[in-house]
Design a binder for this molecule. Structure first.
Ligand SMILES: C[S@@+](CC[C@H](N)C(=O)[O-])C[C@H]1O[C@@H](n2cnc3c(N)ncnc32)[C@H](O)[C@@H]1O
Length: 231
C-alpha cells in the first residue's frame, strides 16, 4: 500500500465542522515528490526530447508544489497551476490560480470568468481582440482524480487543450485522504480508457510502475498515462 506516502494523519473532523474549503488546511503539503519525480521525470524528458510538450502547460489540482515544476524552464514556457486552495501567486513563468476544477468551462460562473481574465493577463492576451482563447499544449493532473467528478473535470478541460495536445495523468485509485473523496471520483483506472476515447483522445502510453510482479489487474494500481487529443 502506498497510502502512507501521500498523507499526514487526519482527524476526520473537518467535514463535520463545515469548513468551506477543506483543502485549505492542506495547502503547502507535499505528496511524495521524490516518488513523483522518479515516475514522471523520464516520461516528461522523453516527451520534451521529441518536442511534444509545448510551451503552455496546465497543472490541475497542482498543490503548492506543482509537478509541472519538473519540466525544464525554457523561453516562452508558461505554466498555469489550478487548485481549489491555491494562493493566487504568480511569477514570470507560473500562475497559481484558485479555482474549482469542476467549474472549468462554465462561462456562467463568475469564478471561471475571473480565472480566464487572470490567465489572459498572465499570457498577455487581449480578450477583447483575440477571437480564439489560447489553448494549452499539455495538461497534467496528478493525484487529484479521486477528489473530483473526474468526467466533469476531464470533459471540461478538453476544449482548452490544443488538437494534438496531451494530457498526462498520474493516479492511485482509492488511496489518499478518503474523507475528501468525491462520489464521482475515479474508482477504477479502466473507467479512464473509454472516457478518454469518447473525448477524442488516443492513449499513447500507460504504465503501472508500482504493480506487483505477476499482477495483471490494472484497476486500482498507480497509473501513469499519456493521451493525445486527436479530435
Ligand atoms: C493530493 S493533492 C495533489 C497535489 C499535486 N498534484 C501533487 O501531485 O503533489 C490534491 C490536490 O487537489 C486539489 N483539489 C481538490 N479538489 C479540487 C478541485 N475541485 N479543484 C481544484 N483542485 C482541487 C487539492 O487542493 C490538492 O492540492
Amino acid at each position: 500500500m502506498l497510502n502512507w506516502l501521500f498523507y499526514r494523519p487526519i482527524s476526520g473532523k473537518r467535514l463535520e465542522e463545515g469548513v468551506a474549503n477543506p483543502w485549505q488546511e492542506y495547502w503547502g503539503d507535499t505528496y511524495a515528490p521524490e516518488l513523483k519525480q522518479w515516475l514522471l521525470k523520464p516520461v516528461l524528458d522523453d516527451l520534451e526530447k521529441e518536442g511534444k510538450l509545448g510551451n503552455l502547460i496546465v497543472d490541475i489540482g497542482s498543490g503548492a508544489h506543482p509537478i509541472t515544476r519538473l519540466l525544464p524552464a525554457r523561453p516562452g514556457r508558461k505554466r498555469v497551476c489550478i487548485d481549489i486552495a491555491a494562493d493566487n501567486g504568480e511569477s514570470i513563468d507560473e500562475l497559481r490560480l484558485r479555482l474549482d476544477a469542476e467549474k472549468i468551462g462554465q462561462l456562467s460562473r463568475l469564478s471561471f470568468c475571473k480565472a480566464l481574465v487572470r490567465v489572459s493577463v498572465f499570457l498577455k492576451i487581449d480578450l477583447r481582440k483575440e477571437a480564439e482563447i489560447e489553448r494549452a499544449d499539455t495538461m497534467m493532473i496528478a493525484d487529484t482524480l479521486n477528489y473530483v467528478d473526474f468526467r466533469k473535470v476531464l470533459g471540461g478541460l478538453t476544449s482548452y487543450l490544443k488538437l494534438r495536445g496531451r494530457i498526462i495523468i498520474l493516479n492511485l485509485p482509492y488511496r489518499g485522504n478518503q474523507s475528501l473523496f468525491s462520489d464521482l471520483g475515479l474508482k477504477d483506472n479502466r473507467q479512464l480508457y473509454p472516457f478518454l476515447e469518447e473525448q477524442g483522445f488516443e492513449i499513447e502510453f500507460k504504465s503501472f510502475p508500482k504493480r506487483p510482479r505477476n499482477e495483471t489487474d490494472e484497476s486500482e494500481e498507480l497509473i501513469v498515462l499519456v493521451a493525445r487529443k486527436d479530435s
